[in-house]
Design a protein around this ligand. Structure first.
Ligand code: FAD
Length: 399
């Protein structure tokens, strides 16, 4: 793995910022490092240099670093750990069809083989398994929804089937209108993945666990300086915080809130993702992730009683077996008005980049577009016009 010039953990040991501001000191540079003459002592204040300064280590930051590493590019990540970031509470479903009409997910034929290779490769490197096939059983909530499935199956049945599962689901669940199967679907263990990658970053001193304060970023002659770090490029992978970023706030972000319950259901097989109005996603021993909501208007990012009550009622209707609620989560999806990601560099600031806007599909989209972005950075190959932020040149040029 390529590395940044100096280990961040050395910084605290080398110098205490308060000492410099209180006392008389004389700074001078020698071979790229800053030295401070401080009373009778000379202190080395290390300047770190990296090719890519990455802000945020959710699924986007993680996949981007993985691709940068494969391309031999150096990077340093700044991430403030937040327990309820979108990536940490996502169920991690990769579903090849979308919405009530079960249309093919955008670009899914290209995304699927790519993301499988990517998650398997990354898992091998980290010594974990982070993706598994879990097909969706779609229990039709009404005759109309059954008809919609049958129509879609006739038009394009690539990812749909009516085959009966070997499990007798009526022993566990209430449903009146049969079911269809969506396959192949996958489940990414996002938390396991980003935690394992984080451990690796920490081990190699590639991570600063801190809040990135954009007020301290300086961009002069396209050179990036942040505190004692210099970089050739800075790339924001900061999820919903991107909507407040002064460089990218004019992009058409459309944050969307989602909530989920974690429920214990001892007697339910965890072989599939079970869908009926909500998704019941196997979540480890006897646990299921139940959700979620999609709210375009919300007052805060916290769990609500309304969601909890509604979901418990849905589960009471759907399940024949007992369950207990063990947790309740909420987060905001970094969604966009036109449901396409934001990838690339600012049209007026070619060293300031963004990798964001994955909306409800971070697990499907991030591997493919991280690779495309890094090819663009390292080889100059084109970005897809659908995702390149240059499509918003006009709004991004407004101050
Ligand atoms: C309820 C719910 C269910 C979902 N289910 C699925 C699913 O099944 N499948 C799917 O593909 N997607 C799903 N998603 C969407 C998915 O979670 C997002 O697309 C994805 O997580 C976005 O990842 P990200 O890396 O862009 O952002 P985030 O995960 O939000 O990561 C951003 C990171 O940047 C850090 N950061 C931000 N600002 C700063 C700062 N100033 N300084 C330092 N660090 C900073 C944050 O701490 C965080 O670690 C779901 C989302 C929700 C809310």
């Amino acid at each position: 793995m390529a590395c940044c010039k100096v280990a961040p953990s050395r910084l605290k040991a080398d110098a205490n910022e308060n000492d410099f501001t209180r006392c008389k000191w004389l700074p001078f540079f020698l071979q790229g490092d800053l030295f401070i003459r401080f009373h009778n002592k000379i202190i080395l204040y290390k300047i770190m240099h990296t090719e890519n300064l990455i802000i945020g280590q959710g699924i986007c930051g993680t996949l981007l670093c993985y691709e940068l590493q494969k391309a031999g590019q150096s990077f340093l990540v700044i991430d403030e750990p937040r327990p309820f970031s979108a990536s940490k509470i996502a169920s991690g479903i990769i579903n090849p069809v979308t919405g009530r009409r079960l249309v093919k997910t955008w670009m899914i034929d290209e995304l699927l083989p790519f993301l499988l290779k990517s998650y398997i490769g990354l898992g091998l490197e980290l010594g974990i398994e982070c993706i598994e096939q879990k097909d969706v059983i779609d229990f039709f909530p009404s005759p109309q929804m059954r008809l919609a499935f049958l129509n879609r199956l006739e038009e394009d049945g690539q990812y749909l089937s009516l085959q009966k599962d070997i499990i007798e689901w009526s022993a566990y669940l209430n449903y009146d209108f049969e079911y269809g199967i969506i396959h192949p679907c996958y489940l990414v263990d996002v938390v396991k993945l980003i935690e394992a990658f984080r451990k690796k970053l920490v081990k190699r001193n590639f991570l600063l666990e801190a809040y990135f304060d954009i007020a301290q970023l300086s961009v002069e002659n396209n050179r990036i300086t942040y505190k004692n770090i210099t970089a050739e490029k800075i790339i924001f992978c900061d999820g919903t915080a991107g909507a407040e970023n002064p460089y990218f706030k004019n992009l058409p972000f459309a944050p969307n809130k989602g909530e989920a319950l974690i429920v214990k259901i001892k007697d339910l097989p965890g072989t599939h993702i079970l869908k009926r109005g909500l998704n019941l996603v196997p979540w480890g021993e006897d646990l299921f992730w139940a959700g979620s909501s999609y709210e375009w208007q919300f007052e805060h990012d916290q769990p609500t009683t309304l969601f909890r009550e509604k979901t418990v009622e849905q589960l009471n209707t759907f399940l024949k077996v007992p369950f207990t609620v063990v947790d309740h989560w909420a987060s905001i999806r970094p969604a966009t008005l036109e449901r396409r990601p934001f990838v690339g560099f600012h049209p007026l600031h070619p060293t300031i980049g963004i990798f964001n806007g994955m909306g409800t599909k971070g697990c499907s989209l991030a591997p493919y577009f991280a690779a495309q972005f890094v090819q663009y950075i390292s080889k100059g190959t084109a970005l897809s016009a659908d995702v390149d932020v240059h499509r918003f040149k006009k709004v991004l040029s407004r101050v």
